[in-house]
Design a protein around this ligand. Structure first.
Ligand code: DC
Length: 224
């Protein structure tokens, strides 16, 4: 029997990563956070002083980049050319760069193979924007996890404040809406719900309720 892949897609701040990580741990699956891979490329581009608008410049950096996901005590670490950048990629500036690089076709192609390879090596739960539509179209379980923009902005605001970053509610909401717009309107692999994905709106759910709902969807699909 082949391995099972669970694809979870949705907009930024829907709680995807937290929910997906917890659900993967409960199922004993490897969790793959594909957003972190785009962020690592965004960081590499930012550090080289290349503009987010310079698609050719961004594509030219790819041969110099090696991205790996490593797992220590169940936690995912992102390695950019061997350097652990797990914390460095979690800033609003790098989120902006990640969104920009993710619209460049060469970047998506670069990560497509890497992500498909991961799904061949074991049971995985992969989260992103195009996992159910492009990366793993045959995944037996697909979930589109979303929440209202206001809910998502509030969650991200609390997360950033918790990390000691100086942000305002207004600026976070603005960033969320802007990133939704960029992610949904780009020409290549835009954010959209796969036809066979189950829609889960977590606006009115606690984190625990969201995790339970995801686990229920997965178990039901797998048992069918
Ligand atoms: O989920 P995140 O905020 O870490 O994602 C960072 C950016 O990467 C976001 O703007 C969307 C993009 N992304 C993507 O285009 N495709 C994916 N599979 C995952 C993320």
């Amino acid at each position: 029997m082949g391995y099972i892949s669970v694809a979870i897609d949705g907009p930024s701040g829907a709680g995807k990563s937290t929910v997906a990580r917890a659900a993967a741990a409960r199922l004993g699956y490897v969790y793959v956070d594909t957003g972190a891979m785009y962020r690592a490329i965004g960081l590499a581009v930012c550090r080289r002083g290349i503009s987010g608008e310079d698609a050719d410049g961004i594509a030219a950096v790819l041969p110099e980049i090696d991205i790996r996901l490593a797992y220590q005590d169940g936690a995912q670490h992102v390695l950019l050319n061997g350097e652990d950048v797990s914390d460095a990629i979690r800033t609003p500036e790098i989120a902006y760069y990640a969104s920009k690089v993710s619209a460049v076709p060469a970047v998506r192609q670069f990560l497509l193979e890497a992500q498909r390879d991961m799904a061949k090596k074991g049971n995985i739960l992969m989260d992103g924007r195009d996992i159910g539509t492009v990366i793993l179209p045959d995944a037996p379980v697909k979930i589109f996890l979303t929440a209202s923009a206001e809910t998502r902005a509030e969650r991200r605001y609390l997360e950033l404040i918790g990390k000691g970053q100086q942000v305002t509610r207004e600026s976070v909401l603005h960033d969320v809406v802007e990133r939704d717009r960029q992610d949904m309107s780009r020409a290549v692999a835009p954010l959209k719900q796969a036809e066979d994905a189950v829609l889960l709106d977590t606006s009115k759910m606690t984190l625990d309720e969201s995790i339970e709902a995801v686990l229920q969807i997965i178990r039901k699909k797998i048992e069918d």
